[in-house]
Design a binder for this molecule. Structure first.
Ligand code: NAD
Ligand code: DAU
Length: 340
């Protein structure tokens, strides 16, 4: 039985991990630490809050005193850091917040983990730290040895955090692992990101903003497969190692948008091309050989099945989406897309 602190557990992947752990790790206690930014939503954790193996602590990972108090109270065995500012477009608007949360927050968590002798710290990283691959070289994939080469303030902040984790591991013998996953999709995904944004808008027959030509490729992974991989890493991953996570589900953005429209029975004429994202990465593609060979991880859900499940989930959980769309999100959409 382990006590696991899950930071960012009120966000998309963190919340999916909370539910994964409550189901698949029934002996463990899960403590979610989240400051509930615009991306954190307690409604997402409603069912978890009914489970006596789950506790929620509202705290900011950059607040060393608050984090110390949480660690002192719970004495965790394992810490998994999902908490981050995660949206590339927002990082282009306001880099400072990304550096604070993603880099300094990681430092605060690692210092507390050292002080309270945490047995294992896991940093949830991203494949965006590798930069991008050219469209005309489908033979190339990101491996753990691919050099760090970031494009956005978001990816630079995540790469900085990874480097800091590596430095703590080498300097202090800190028991850390890092994973770098490709694009996730599935339940509780905040509707600023491509897939939930187009599901929500297509359902209302609104235009679907596709950046640039729509030829950019992302490597989509159903979120539960990411959670399974992290669960395997905290159990059997080797300290000091990086593990790439991805399931070879490469799709152009245009393909993804058209697939969602077809599932919903909506016309492709809703697609609207808008000004490209500054510094837009062309292609992401993960080589997951290491995690497959070392830990036996393979994804369970193919894109065609996962995307259907996701559209169905948003259909059944309209209240969750409405709750978000009724808040500050409307103002965000106008700010980011008007005149684009
Ligand atoms: P998200 O934006 O949906 O959720 C982030 C969560 O972190 C929110 O609940 C938010 O309230 C919380 N948070 C933010 N700042 C905080 C702070 N200072 N203190 C405490 N809590 C704070 O993000 P996500 O998409 O679930 O991503 C989770 C992690 O996975 C991030 O580290 C991200 O970089 C990484 N990642 C995401 C993807 C993806 O496709 N979404 C892929 C690979 C890696
Ligand atoms: O690869 C992992 C990363 O995936 C994570 O580290 C990030 O946290 C996560 O947000 C995601 O980053 P992307 O930038 O790839 O995701 P996003 O959903 O913002 O965009 C996916 C693609 O769709 C990208 O090429 C930009 C494009 N796009 C996005 C939006 C929001 C559009 O064409 N139109 C849009 O309105």
């Amino acid at each position: 039985m382990s006590k696991i602190i899950v930071t960012g557990g009120a966000g998309f992947i963190g919340a999916n991990f909370v539910y994964y752990a409550l189901k698949h790790r029934p002996d463990d206690e899960i403590i979610c630490v989240d400051s509930l930014t615009y991306a954190g939503n307690l409604m997402t954790l409603e069912d978890a809050l009914k489970n006596d193996k789950f506790t929620f602590e509202k705290a900011d990972i950059t607040d060393a005193e608050a984090i110390d108090a949480v660690f002192d109270k719970h004495k965790p065995d394992i810490v998994i850091n999902f908490a981050a500012e995660s949206h590339v477009d927002r990082s282009i608007e306001d880099p400072g917040l990304f550096l604070r949360t993603n880099i300094l927050g990681t430092q605060v968590l690692m210092d507390a983990s050292r002080k309270y002798n945490v047995k294992r710290y896991h940093q949830v990283g991203t494949d965006e730290v590798y930069g991008d691959l050219p469209l005309d070289r489908p033979d190339l994939f990101f491996t753990e040895e691919t050099p760090i080469h970031t494009s956005s303030p978001y990816s630079a902040s995540k790469a900085s955090a990874d480097l800091l984790v590596g430095a703590y591991q080498r300097t202090y013998g800190f028991p850390a692992t890092i994973s770098r996953c490709s694009n996730n999709y599935g339940p509780y995904h905040f509707p600023e990101k491509l897939i939930p944004l187009i599901i929500g808008r297509a359902k209302k027959d609104e235009t679907l903003p596709v950046y640039g030509t729509g030829e950019n490729v992302r490597d989509w992974l159903y979120v539960e497969d990411h959670c399974k991989a992290i669960s395997m890493i905290i159990d059997n991953g080797r300290v000091g190692e990086v593990y790439n996570i991805g399931g070879h589900n490469e799709r152009t953005n245009l393909d993804v948008v058209k697939t969602v429209l077809d599932i919903l029975g909506k016309p492709h004429s809703l697609i609207t091309y808008v000004t490209d994202r500054a510094g837009h990465d062309m292609r992401y593609a993960i080589d997951p050989t290491k995690i497959t060979n070392e830990l036996g991880w393979v994804p369970d859900t193919k894109f065609d099945d996962g995307i259907r499940l996701t559209v169905e989930w948003y259909d059944k959980n309209q209240e969750w989406l409405d709750n978000i769309l009724s808040g500050d999100y409307e103002k965000y959409y106008d700010k980011m897309y008007s005149g684009r």
